[in-house]
Design a binder for this molecule. Structure first.
Ligand code: F6P
Length: 535
């Protein structure tokens, strides 16, 4: 499938990226400007011919047709027999969207209205805990029921005007212990966020939170809210229906921040700001649906991803936000990209003959620079870097910090592309005060190979709307890459086996099951853990 592109890459792989800028229009022609969001992919090896071939590939794989199918509610998630309609949660066009012959929009509006009313009542102090106004909100969830609200709430800290939000995801009791330790049960609201309301980690934490509250609050479930797709399970837990915020099964966990899973975010930043968050995503949806492929930001971001991973063979990509408040974004994108596109069979169940989705990782700059950038600059493997940076910051009295931050972001992509040759290193050493007599042997250590690709996403200033746009951009990027790779980006069977084995092992560890028939290693580890317990 990628033969033509691979041939092109083989012919051009030794060409320097900087030489592409001999064309004075390169920077403009290999970037996309959406007014408040700017995507620059000019510091890559993609040239006009290669871009044309990538676009041809997108055409061949019917990206535009699949895009229409998704937006119109067709059941493109075949293995789960579901529509994929997270875009409906932010549909502000007033148009109807159908799934299974039913217009999904009225229900979405009702749920949003219910979320808004509840949020207002918390923020205005009408909804009270036993001890008065709600001061703290604890969102208990994992995966998509945690990463989205946690990431977005951290990202929009500058907009917090509501109660303090905390997030508990890990079944490691240390997390819930440390979180609840400093809180007053009488003024705390617990949100149990789980699409299925069966996830072991979440239900274990929810029961612990209920016990904690029971010791101080007469009617503890009054201060519990559920966000779920399963009313029967929330009822069984004891949460009254009026405090259950439900969403349909066609919203995938990792795509669910736009609806009730975003309740903690709405409580933190308020209804209006949450609406701006949806507005940003809706604008990106419109752009994705309407812009020609060549100037379509999600499509081009996806094609750059395909180019680096499937064609050039660079299997990982680093997401590097130069924005401390986006520190949870790499983890969020890890789930979004790797749970969506980490598959080894195509939609028709056949083994893939090429690699599936990229390995995504990252940290905010500038911290990463002082940790792992060494390998990115001088290691033997090439890691395409996806930089992102805001033109301005929220703290107007700290613009000096921001200037340094921006300079560092640009310096990194420049350094990656230009590198530093042996001749330049020797020249520098000769001119330096170091007076080294062993230049010949030390010079190689200071050489930067350069010619390492990166993209940069520049936004005006981090706001609910900009964040909404960025998240929707990445969602659509994952979708387009999935279509090109011919895989279903909306199921996640790969997480199931471990869950089943963990259940069985829990019974062994707790002593409910004594008969153990495990592989030698697991057997040995079980005995070792048993022996170490009492050390
Ligand atoms: O185990 C993976 C997963 O199913 C994710 O896809 C999901 O986001 C997460 O677990 C949490 O699931 P739930 O919201 O049903 O608790």
């Amino acid at each position: 499938m990628f033969t033509k592109l691979k041939r092109h890459w083989e012919a051009k792989s030794s060409r320097s990226i900087i030489s592409l800028f001999d064309d004075p229009n390169r920077a403009v022609e290999f970037s996309i400007d959406l007014g408040d969001l700017f995507f620059d992919y000019s510091k890559t090896q993609i040239d006009k011919k290669c871009r044309a071939e990538l676009l041809q590939l997108a055409n061949l794989k019917a990206v535009e047709q699949f895009r229409s199918a998704m937006f119109s509610g067709e059941k493109i998630n075949k293995t789960e027999d579901r529509s994929v309609l997270h875009v409906a949660l932010r549909n502000k066009s007033g148009s109807k969207i159908f799934s299974d012959g039913e217009n999904v929009m009225p229900k979405i509006s009702d749920t949003l209205a219910k979320m808004r009313a509840f949020t207002k009542s918390i923020r205005d102090g009408e909804f009270k805990g036993l001890g008065g106004n709600i001061t703290d909100v604890v969102n208990i969830g994992i995966g998509g029921s945690d990463l989205g609200p946690f990431m977005a709430t951290s990202a929009l800290a500058a907009f917090h005007t509501g109660p303090k939000c905390h997030f508990v995801s890990n079944v490691d009791g240390a997390q819930i212990h440390d979180t609840l330790k400093g809180l007053d049960p009488k003024t705390t609201l617990i949100i149990v966020a789980s699409k299925t309301f069966t996830t072991t980690e979440t239900m274990t934490n929810a029961r612990t939170a209920l016990d904690w509250m029971t010791s101080k609050v007469v009617n503890p479930t009054n201060q519990f809210v559920a966000v779920s797709n399963s009313i029967s399970n929330t009822k069984a837990f004891g949460i009254p229906e009026e405090r259950v915020f439900d969403f349909a099964d066609w919203v995938g966990g990792r795509y669910s921040i736009w609806g009730p899973i975003g309740l903690s975010l709405m409580i933190a930043i308020g209804e209006k700001n949450f609406d701006q968050f949806l507005e940003g995503a809706f604008e990106m949806d419109q752009h994705f649906q309407e812009a020609p492929m060549e100037t379509n930001m999600p499509i081009m971001l996806a094609l750059v991803g395909i180019w680096h991973n499937q064609i050039c063979g660079y299997h990982t990509r680093a997401v590097l936000p130069y924005e401390q408040r986006l520190s949870k974004l790499p983890a969020y994108l890890q789930q979004l990209e790797m749970e969506s596109n980490g598959k080894n069979v195509s939609t028709d169940g056949k083994k893939l003959t090429y690699d599936s989705g990229a390995i995504v990782w990252g940290e905010p700059g500038t911290n990463g620079q002082h940790a792992f950038f060494q390998l990115i600059h001088q290691g033997t493997r090439i890691i395409p870097c996806e930089f992102m940076v805001g033109a301005a910051c929220a703290e107007s009295y700290l613009t000096d910090h921001h200037d340094i931050l921006v300079a560092n972001c640009l310096a990194q992509s420049e350094a990656l592309m230009l590198g530093l040759s042996m001749a330049e290193v020797i020249e520098r050493l000769k001119l330096s005060q170091e007076n080294r007599t062993d230049i010949g042997s030390i010079a190689a250590h200071r050489v930067f190979p350069g010619n390492r690709p990166s993209t940069t996403l520049v936004y005006s200033k981090l706001s609910p709307k900009i964040l909404g746009k960025i998240i929707a951009l990445y969602e659509h990027r994952v979708f387009v890459e999935g279509i090109i790779l011919g895989i279903n980006s909306f199921d996640q069977w790969g997480v199931e086996l471990g869950k089943v084995l963990a259940e069985e092992l829990t019974e062994i560890i707790t002593g409910e099951k004594s008969k153990v028939s495990k592989d030698g290693s697991t057997q040995m580890l079980l005995s070792r853990i048993e022996a170490y317990k009492n050390l």
